[in-house]
Write a protein that binds this ligand. Structure first.
Ligand code: 3PG
Ligand code: MG
Length: 405
């Protein structure tokens, strides 16, 4: 299996010397967590888009940023306004950012035309229009009319065939991937190329369902498979363990059994939790938190984190790996103390000398909270997008930016 062959059009293919005064529609993924008071809780996706924005403003472009936030179903919903994001962006960019109350229409067109070279405009949430997720031709026409050039830096949305992701670049001849998109595709392609061995993916999170296609695609190339979180419960149940009150997917037992059988037939190492942290009541655990062997989960309790022996075994395997991918927490990460297993693995991944890639909102949060994000090879801004990429699927937002020779 050779290196991946995706060759993207990049900012280097746009004539930056002739960018002065040109309007560039930049699709970003500013779908960031907001507090009840509408404050941006995590700025990763904003920070990651800055190199592209700066490169374009430095070339004198008029920059129109467009993003979705949440899933507002085609109607204006103040909870999902991007205005707070514009305020945060001013801080991070260190320059003023104009804001248009609607992503299409007269006001947006007017501000876009009034921008000085090097100025930045953030358009209101694309998903306030139903045409965005439907990729309606009308809506794509309206968006495309705002600009002359298209740049996509929204890797987190590249798996969505929406108007701003595929409709607009189909309408504008000059287009390119931004620096973040370029970096994401290169990092994930490395995992799909010649594996540096041992290759050890660590998959967690609630459900097998979200990861099965990724697992299927990675299976022939991995050496050590680490499984944690709610999805490990399904694997344990498929091996005949009594999971008591734990969450698992009863309809996925055959799928889990099949994966384990295939991994065994190929002589891979599969690590499942051998001890788990259990509680009767996740919301009020009190002092009724215990660590038990994974095959002796007491009646009435549920497994909510991996235990210390599992953390140690996983950390050892991670330490031996030369290539890693991690998506999905190992326990109920949002409810301490059940974040301990996830935190321990974040640390182990940072200490590992191999090439590590992580993706998924909770996994990125865990790595940041552990203070080790800068020791990870690549922190992806895409959750679903990185999983689909590693499942071997063609992402619509990537395909539309591929160089055609
Ligand atoms: C994400 O955060 O997963 C991306 O921004 C895509 O959002 P979506 O799942 O609502 O399409
Ligand atoms: Mg998603």
């Amino acid at each position: 299996m050779g290196e991946s062959t995706i060759e993207l059009l990049t900012l280097d293919d746009l004539d930056l010397d002739r960018m002065e005064g040109r309007r560039v529609f930049v699709r970003v993924d500013f779908n960031v967590p907001l507090s009840a008071a509408h404050e941006v809780l995590d700025t990763t996706r904003l920070e990651e888009a800055i190199p592209t924005i700066r490169e374009l403003t430095a070339a004198g472009a008029r920059v129109l940023l467009a993003s979705h936030a949440g899933r507002p179903k085609g109607e204006r919903d103040p909870r999902w306004s991007l205005r707070p994001v514009a305020e945060k962006l001013v801080e991070l960019l260190g320059q003023s950012v104009r804001f248009a109350e609607d992503c299409v229409g007269e006001e947006a067109e007017k501000i876009a035309r009034q921008l000085d070279p090097g100025e930045v405009l953030l358009l209101e949430n694309l998903r306030f229009h139903a045409g965005e997720t439907k990729n309606s031709p009308d809506f794509a026409d309206q968006l495309a009319a705002l600009a002359e050039i298209y740049v996509d830096d929204a890797f987190g949305s590249a798996h969505r065939a929406h108007a701003s992701v595929v409709g607009v670049p189909e309408r504008l001849r000059d287009k390119a991937a931004g620096r973040l998109m370029e970096k994401e595709v290169a990092a994930l392609s490395r995992l799909l190329g010649e594996p540096e061995r041992p290759f050890a993916p660590l998959l967690g999170g609630a459900k097998i369902e979200d990861k099965i296609e990724t697992l299927e695609n990675l299976l022939p190339r991995l050496d050590i498979l680490l499984l944690g979180g709610g999805m490990a419960n399904t694997f344990l149940a498929s091996q005949g363990h009594d999971l008591a009150a734990s969450l698992f997917e009863p309809d996925k037992l055959d799928v889990a059994r099949d994966i384990l059988a295939r991994a065994k037939a190929r002589g891979m190492e599969v690590l499942l939790p051998t001890d788990v942290v259990v509680t009767e009541d996740l919301d009020n655990p009190g002092d009724r938190v215990r660590t038990v062997p994974a095959n002796q989960i007491p009646a009435g309790t549920k497994a909510v984190d991996v235990g210390p022996a599992t953390r140690e075994a996983f950390a050892k395997a991670v330490g031996r790996a030369r290539m890693l991918f991690w998506n999905g927490p190992l326990g109920v990460f949002e409810k301490p103390p059940f974040d301990a297993g996830t935190r321990a693995l974040a640390q182990a991944l940072a200490d590992c000398p191999g090439y590590s890639v992580i993706g998924g909102g909770e996994t990125v949060a865990a790595v940041k909270q552990a203070g080790v994000a800068d020791r990870i090879g690549h922190v992806s801004t895409g959750g679903g997008a990185s999983l689909e990429f590693l499942a071997g699927k063609t992402l619509p937002g990537v395909a539309v930016l591929e160089k055609r020779s």
